[in-house]
Design a protein. Sequence first.
Length: 241
Amino acid sequence: MAHDNDAIYELHDQLMKKTVQMREALEQTGSETAEDPTGQVSVRLDDPSIEITIGTFWRASIRPEELSGVILETVNTVLLARLQAWGASFSDDAPEVAAPPAPSPAIAANEINELVESADGDVFHRNVNRFIETFSTQLNSTLSQLSERAAQVHGGEDSGGNAQVDLDSRGTIVGLRLDETWLRTADGRDVTEAIRSALSKAQTSVAAATPALPFEGTPLSQYAEGMADPVEMIRMLTRGG
């Protein structure tokens, strides 16, 4: 048993070290910038923000109907550059880092035991049965709702209706539509401001739709906090009412 515990703690130590390495690698990557071949479309990624800038003479190099495609291609280029930079930072020969101290599992176990021992037996069993019934009957609908949430697209539009930006649930740009008639006379500054305005509104929509806890807003929302903390789960199951 002692050998098994040593193996568990060693695995925990390795995982925590890799987690710290990953965090440091992400912090070291900094910002990434990419331009289209004409130099008139620039995209800067500085997590968690993305900034798109259109040059003054963009119409001399890019046709209005092609601009949105060029922007999306440049966005993909900077995202790929970020992944490559992160991969280079987080490698097998990355500097060794100390893992944070592992919390003692005895602390949580003791707290759980105290909660169970001090609980009213009838209340505890009633709550457990209610949880099992609710979980089993609502799990499929909850998973379906979570899948729909992950696949949801969040749109934003500037005040003039000239630019529309779509983001996925992670905040990545997945769509961009620009009014081609407006583009025939719009200068780079106007296009830049319209895109940034639409992007800001789409980001606001993503933030508003992202719950603090993964099960929040689903049929299992009453157990959302407990899903993330086993002690809190026992606390809920031993609570009267």
